[in-house]
Design a protein around this ligand. Structure first.
Ligand SMILES: Cc1cc2nc3c(=O)[nH]c(=O)nc-3n(C[C@H](O)[C@H](O)[C@H](O)COP(=O)(O)OP(=O)(O)OC[C@H]3O[C@@H](n4cnc5c(N)ncnc54)[C@H](O)[C@@H]3O)c2cc1C
Length: 495
């Protein structure tokens, strides 16, 4: 039996009151605060447990975002694309991606360069398995610490956002089924922030899981990398382009190097390029390690740090021409958290949303996705997938949103988290302006603001690109691909 301690009841100081409180400043929360501010919300507070914004992106060095385009179309725009236009202007060395005017290019010399940057060249267009040709895709790589600086600037430019760093949101304040604020802990002790609308963007459902909203966790005995933790680190003093050329000419040796890496590490790991040729990025998939279990968190941290010196020694010995001068460049400051809790939302996304190209009247993001089920064709993310059942005035964008255990693996990525966050911010602003709630917000107004004022392309709007729609219809949104047919067959659908 678990021992318990009865905490005495006491009154807490109310630190502040606001229109919208965003808990968590990762890609979803940061975008939500900015979108709400730009949509005219008067007072927004963003509360973050660490000292910077970005969450997984800047704190765990997730330094690449895939599938921002479909064919020649720049699909994922809004705050996501703004990251890169700002970095390209303010810190040009900090970003490296296929320019928008070169999307879908198949020129061999360009494909040759980009194909060694995972995600930047698609192996085929998806409509024919025999089509081996590669095409350029918008999938920028960036320097996470430079992005950290840029994310600070984006927030500081908006006077209607108040920032609370090093404040850990611990408990929702409820009045029946309506959320009224959040209790948090900081160096100043335990206090409360009251809010008309709360956006839980903690990535782990820290707030919604205590409101009575139902949610899912990783299925027992799962075999999915999306539930694994990570601790990313970087290796300097290497020559990635040389490695890339060598691995193309020595495929068998390159495969055995990767297999050797796993043996030496004791877990699945691989290195990837960064915007700098002399630095590579080590991703890893640690299992079975939950990012909401404190022993698993500790084990993940130790497991990776214990292995780093072994890995460096191994690489120097097996491929000295690339790694002889390699040194530990840095270790990311926070644990890499993928999926833990997922909201049992008003709508839970499944692979059928991709395999059937489901259309949603409340679509708030229309994203080309990593092509697991539909050849990367855009998928519609509905507002209801960030809306908890039962609980009012709470929105939950980000990697903890409403998706089933399979759909989450292609929808938890940075672009989708930003898209959902941006939609949550606009929806909160609209609900407050109209005096409605999160459940009956005027979704048409939300869509219009996203599309016309916040650079978010959506389907079936006045400014939807007709050429894109024509190409998508010709491609049948990827629904005739074998991968989509298989998903439908599993669900008993016979088309
Ligand atoms: C190792 C790894 C590699 C990945 N690779 C890619 C990739 O290549 N491309 C890609 O697009 N995606 C990738 N992803 C996925 C993607 O990075 C994340 O799913 C996405 O960034 C999550 O954004 P988020 O805002 O929902 O959550 P998070 O980034 O986790 O942000 C949550 C924020 O809330 C804060 N927070 C948490 N709890 C509290 C609390 N109680 N109170 C206050 N603040 C709190 C956190 O500090 C954090 O800042 C990867 C993920 C990992 C872990």
């Amino acid at each position: 039996m678990v021992k318990t301690y009865m905490e005495s009841s006491n009154s807490l100081p109310v630190y502040d009151e606001c229109d919208v409180l965003v808990v968590g400043g990762g890609s979803a929360g940061h975008s939500a605060a900015i979108a709400a501010a730009r949509a005219g919300c008067e007072k927004i507070i963003i509360m973050e447990r660490y000292g910077y914004f970005g969450g997984d992106v800047t704190g765990d060095y997730v330094l690449m975002v895939p599938a921002l385009s479909w064919r020649k179309y720049s699909m994922v725009r809004g705050i996501q694309e703004e990251w890169f236009t700002r970095l390209e202007k303010n810190a040009p060395d900090a970003v490296n991606g296929v320019p928008i005017n070169e999307l879908d290019d198949a020129t061999p010399i360009k494909v040759d360069y980009w194909s060694s940057r995972f995600g930047a060249a698609a192996p085929a267009r998806g409509n024919s398995p025999k089509d081996e040709k590669q095409y350029l895709v918008r999938a920028p790589y960036y320097e996470p610490n430079q992005l950290k600086i840029e994310m600070d600037l984006m927030i500081q430019e908006l006077p209607n956002i108040k920032v609370m760093l090093h404040c850990w949101g611990t408990k929702p304040i409820m009045d029946g089924n309506t959320i009224k604020g959040v209790i948090y802990e900081s160096k100043e002790g335990r206090k409360a922030v009251m809010a008309k609308i709360v956006i839980d963007a903690t990535g782990d459902g820290d707030i919604y899981s205590q409101t009575g909203a139902s949610y899912f966790t990783a299925p027992a005995g799962h075999n999915s990398m999306v539930f694994d933790t990570a601790l990313v680190w970087r290796l300097g003093g290497v020559d990635f382009d040389l490695y890339s050329r060598w691995s193309k000419d020595h495929r068998a040796e390159a495969q055995s190097l990767v297999a050797g890496l796993r043996n030496v590490a004791g877990y699945t790991t691989m290195f990837f390029p960064t915007p700098r040729n002399d630095v590579v990025w080590f991703n890893n998939w640690l299992r079975p390690n939950s990012c909401i279990d404190i022993q698993d968190i500790k084990n993940s941290e130790f497991m990776v740090r214990n292995s780093i010196r072994r890995i460096i020694k191994y690489l120097k010995s097996v491929l000295p021409m690339v790694f002889k001068d390699a040194y530990l460049y840095d270790i990311s400051p926070q644990l890499g958290s993928r999926s833990a809790r997922r909201l049992d939302a008003e709508y839970v996304m499944t692979p059928l949303d991709m395999a059937c190209a489901n259309k949603h009247d409340d679509v708030v993001a229309w994203h080309s996705v990593v092509g697991m089920y539909n050849g990367g064709a855009p998928v519609e993310l509905p507002y209801r997938s960030i809306l908890p059942k039962k609980v009012e005035n709470l929105l939950c964008p980000g990697r903890h949103f409403g998706a089933d255990e399979r759909a989450i693996s292609c929808l938890y990525l940075v672009p989708q988290c930003i898209g959902m966050g941006q939609a949550a911010g606009v929806a909160a602003a609209v609900a407050l302006k109209d005096g409605t709630t999160t459940h009956n917000v005027n979704i048409k107004t939300v869509q219009k603001i996203l599309c016309t004022e916040q650079d978010v392309p959506l389907p079936r709007q006045e400014n939807t690109n007709p050429e894109l729609v024509r190409e998508l219809e010709e491609f049948k949104y990827g629904t005739m691909l074998e991968s989509a047919k298989k998903i439908r067959a599993e669900a008993g659908l016979d088309w």
